[in-house]
Design a protein around this ligand. Structure first.
Ligand code: AMP
Ligand code: MG
Length: 414
């Protein structure tokens, strides 16, 4: 079997992914979810033409020639506050005092900001005319009754959630989250609740994968540790296949005790590939069941498992939840040192980011071995050295995939 490129492996996975069913969630729980249906406005907003400023509602014809030397004097005949309806029509030579959000009275076509006027007893002096129609928000400018205001597949951000509130969507149709099961495999592994045994390896993958799922908004189920024996493995894997997605780490390679792939085969799973030309990350197995479970056999090395989650599992889970943006953002940055590499595999170098006058810089997090979890723990991103590259040089501009947490920075750049 040949090695698949990262892009081909990802495409193969996404080919087997369908979006989850639609579910209704409470408005506040819809944050960061993806809208599963178009939303139609059930009202106009604003419900009538309203003032955008505190000021005076006037007829433009009355004030168009005003200036500081020759102000126009208008009689103030009404005082309209937000939430109140105007009492009278404004006739020639008159104005109504008006507050932001208050409905404009009949007869007017323009609002003058209070700063461009001067009170004069019962009158107001207009010093500077704005453009005709200025400072009026027309009926339905924000929401038009009966019109689609949000389309299916929209990501629900705080602003979108506020629109949903305005159209009274107390229950919001979103794509459901997949159920995810996580299983670690290996005789040498020691569970979080087990006493320290110097001869064992503490299970990191279950918890890294759990946290990676959680960062996507998914509460995964930990199935614990399966030992390297086919019977126990079969029972635990079978349990995992009841979920939408099963993440099993370790035991997926070609070692004598690597029973994951043969056991998955025995359970009737269709394996689509198990070798990807990447470092760290190989081996990575992907399969599907007739009942719709997506199975990822992730490498045992903790860094490899986490890198594979980011490159393959995360886009798949996001696609299932209806997201259209599946990939981590990339930025361009300059390397602060050489990166040695060999042709043949895409290399995901764990880096931290810095900034100088020319823009972003990237620096390796240190020893990049796939068992050195610290290189991943400290990483803010991956520099991807392409499959065909022989390495990179200090000062080279590279693409950096940003990891979570990179949507904030120190300092304000505006
Ligand atoms: P394997 O893929 O099972 O051959 O494991 C490769 C390496 O990853 C071995 O050194 C394992 O001890 C280590 N490993 C496997 N699973 C885990 C885990 N859940 N947590 C920490 N290390 C692991
Ligand atoms: Mg193992």
């Amino acid at each position: 079997m040949n090695y698949l490129s990262v892009a081909d492996a990802q495409a193969c996975i996404l080919d087997h992914i369908t979006t989850q069913a639609v579910e209704l969630v409470a408005l506040h729980d819809s944050l960061n979810r993806v809208l599963a249906e178009d939303v139609i406005a059930n009202r106009n907003h604003p419900p009538y033409d309203v003032s955008a400023m505190d000021g005076y509602a006037v007829r433009f014809d009355d004030i168009k020639d005003a200036n500081d030397a020759n102000p126009v004097s208008l009689k103030v005949v009404d005082d309209i506050r937000a939430g109140q309806m105007p009492n009278i029509k404004v006739l020639q030579g008159r104005a109504a005092r008006i507050m932001t959000g208050a409905p404009t009275p009949q007869g007017v076509d323009t609002v003058i900001r209070v700063e461009d006027t001067q009170e004069d007893g019962d009158d107001v002096l207009i010093l500077t005319p704005p453009k005709q129609g200025a400072n009026i928000r027309p009926l339905g400018e924000n929401l038009k009754n009966g019109k689609v205001v949000l389309t299916k597949s929209t990501l629900i951000t705080p602003g979108v959630l506020a629109i949903l509130a305005m159209v009274k969507k107390k229950q919001v149709p979103v794509f459901a989250k997949p159920t995810v099961a996580i299983l670690s495999t290996g005789d040498e592994l020691e569970g979080l609740d087990e006493a320290i045994d110097e001869n064992k390896i503490p299970d990191a993958n279950s918890h890294a994968l759990y946290a990676q799922c959680k960062s996507l908004g998914i509460e995964a189920t930990l199935l614990g540790i399966a030992r390297d024996n086919p019977l126990e493995l079969r029972a635990k894997l079978a349990e995992g296949l009841k979920y939408d997605v099963l993440l099993a780490s370790g035991g997926v390679s070609v070692g004598h005790h690597d029973f994951v792939r043969p056991t998955l085969n025995a359970l009737g799973i269709t394996m689509h590939f198990w070798r990807v030309a990447m470092r760290p990350g190989h081996p990575l197995a992907f399969g599907t069941t007739d009942s719709g479970c997506k199975v990822f056999g992730l490498p045992g090395n903790p860094v490899s498992s986490m890198v594979c989650f980011e490159q393959f599992v995360s886009p798949a889970l996001r696609a299932m939840m209806g997201h259209s943006k599946l990939q981590r953002c990339t930025i361009r940055a300059r390397l602060t040192h050489d990166v040695k590499d060999r042709v043949g595999r895409a290399h995901f170098v764990r880096v931290t980011l810095g900034r100088d006058a020319q823009g972003y810089t990237v620096t390796s997090t240190g020893t990049q071995g796939s068992g050195v979890l610290m290189s991943m723990a400290m990483a803010e991103g991956f520099v991807v050295v392409p499959e065909q590259s022989e390495g990179l040089k200090v000062g080279d501009t590279v693409q950096v995939q940003l990891l979570q947490g990179m949507d904030f920075q120190e300092g304000l750049d505006i």
